[in-house]
Design a protein around this ligand. Structure first.
Ligand code: EPZ
Length: 430
């Protein structure tokens, strides 16, 4: 079983280049099947969730040509199936985007319901409410969402809760509906805007993405396109926190600094220096960093996907910080793992009260999910001695070449698959 082993203590210094946004790519890849023409997608991250999504797209009959690691050509003119296999749903929740894409294009979809996950219950009632408003008949049969429509007709849809997935899913279906759809209380995340821009590049007529009202005028057909995915806000934020927690100095390149403002603001509050460039952000950690309070919120608020990384950073800052998780109910599971490194954090419901400690000591920990796994790695890089992080499959779902990128910044980290390899690493780094 693969694990990361690392010896903490080196400040991370240097430059790192951020890849394409995983969560934008998941929406864009499914939207790509909505035309019969060729679609070329660039700046695709080479991570597990994306590769599973590509397999699922191929499985329903589309041609998927991986031109290189970060470029794919999709042609969905041969799709023969509007039913997606259960296996893929279990492996990536975002395959719920197939409902919007297939329903929009073929007026029919059958997609198994995604189950709960490690960060809490993740219902899709708002997605279904949106599809029903567009005139689709939706039922749940033997664990799958079955959606049919004779015609999809534009509608005025109010999302009761800000949801990235529901906004993207309904936007995709509405693109090929008759007439105008208005989505109110839409999510404003950068990846919502990226999926809208992608659909517009295929001939859709979507206005207002990035605000809380999205207006979609349905078109009859979408055409082929070439599109480059935006940089990953969360990968960038993770490296920013890695710079802060190790008291390093890292230039995080190929980013859109505006997408990182909430993260930058919090790092500045705790005493880091954050310098913005046109497409880069430099973070300089300071020997003594201070406490602050954080509440996760939909964009432009502080992202829930950065909550574990900032919490571990605050766990090594002076004073008491309070982090409130407002999006998912079960996203503090890693706190027990972090306690093995000597952190002092008490969780009450959706609030973590963090008493900063002077240092962590290396320990063996398990990654409970993707972002928490990444957070435990950066905690290990700031800890005294050796840390091992198990269950790194979670981390590989969303971070490309994580250990290589960290190593290029001076981290002592290795991916190993046996006790012997771990011992070899320890002998090498001394
Ligand atoms: C997306 O999930 C991301 N995933 C998540 O990233 C991210 O944590 C989340 O947005 C919030 O930013 C993808 O983009 C593939 P939501 P999503 O619908 O769309 C509730 C990562 O680490 N809700 O915005 O599924 C829901 O329970 C992952 O990369 C309903 O009640 O999240 C939550 O409390 C993890 N009913 C809130 O809304 C619904 O029908 C926001 O969830 C839908 C959501």
């Amino acid at each position: 079983m693969e694990q990361y082993i690392m010896k903490g203590g080196n400040p991370l210094v240097g430059e790192v280049t951020i890849g394409g946004a995983k969560n934008a790519a998941l929406g864009i890849l499914t939207a790509a099947i909505m035309t019969d023409d060729n679609v070329l997608i660039e700046n695709l991250p080479d991570v597990r969730d994306i590769n599973v999504m590509l397999e699922a797209i191929q499985e329903i009959g589309a041609d998927v040509d991986r031109i290189d690691r970060h470029t794919v050509k999709i042609n969905a003119s041969n799709i023969g199936e509007v039913s997606v296999d259960d296996e893929y749903i279990r492996r990536i929740r975002a395959s719920y985007y197939f409902i919007g894409a297939l329903l929009g294009k073929y007026k029919s979809a059958q997609v198994p319901l995604p189950g709960g996950c490690n960060i809490g219950s993740r219902p899709i009632d708002l997605h279904l409410k949106g599809f029903r408003a567009l005139g689709a008949d939706i039922s749940v049969e033997r664990g799958a969402v079955v959606a049919h429509a004779i015609d999809l007709v534009g509608a005025h849809i109010y999302l009761d809760k800000v949801s990235v997935g529901a906004t993207i899913n309904v936007m995709m279906a509405a693109t090929l509906a008759e007439g105008q759809t208005i989505i109110e209380n839409a999510a404003k995340e950068p990846h919502v805007v990226d999926v809208a821009n992608f659909l517009n590049s295929m001939g859709a007529n979507i206005k207002g993405a990035g605000t809380d009202i999205i207006r979609i005028r349905g078109v009859r057909k979408l055409h082929g396109t070439e599109y480059s995915i935006i940089p990953d806000q969360i990968e960038a934020g993770t490296f920013m926190c890695a710079a802060a927690i190790t008291r390093g100095d890292v230039m995080v390149k190929n980013v859109i600094p505006k997408h990182l403002e909430a993260i930058s603001a919090k790092l500045i509050e705790i005493g880091c220096e954050v310098i913005e460039f046109d497409d880069a952000v430099r973070v300089v950690g300071k020997p003594i960093q201070h406490h602050t309070n954080i509440n996760t919120l939909p964009y432009p608020g502080f992202p829930t996907d950065m909550q574990p990384q900032i919490t571990v950073t605050l766990a090594l800052a002076k004073g008491t910080s309070i982090v409130t998780e407002s999006i998912f109910e079960n996203r503090f599971k890693y706190v027990d793992e972090l306690a093995r490194m000597g952190s002092n954090i008490k969780v009450e419901g959706n609030v973590a009260i963090i008493d900063g400690v002077k240092s962590f000591s290396g320990a063996s920990v398990n990654a409970p999910d993707l972002r928490a796994g990444a957070a435990l790695v950066i905690a290990g890089l700031a800890a005294d001695g050796y840390t091992t992080v198990d269950e790194i499959g979670y981390i590989q779902r969303g971070y490309e070449c994580f250990e290589e990128k960290l190593r290029a910044l001076g981290a002592m980290i290795e991916k190993v698959d046996s006790e012997r390899a771990a011992q070899k690493f320890q002998l090498q780094v001394g």
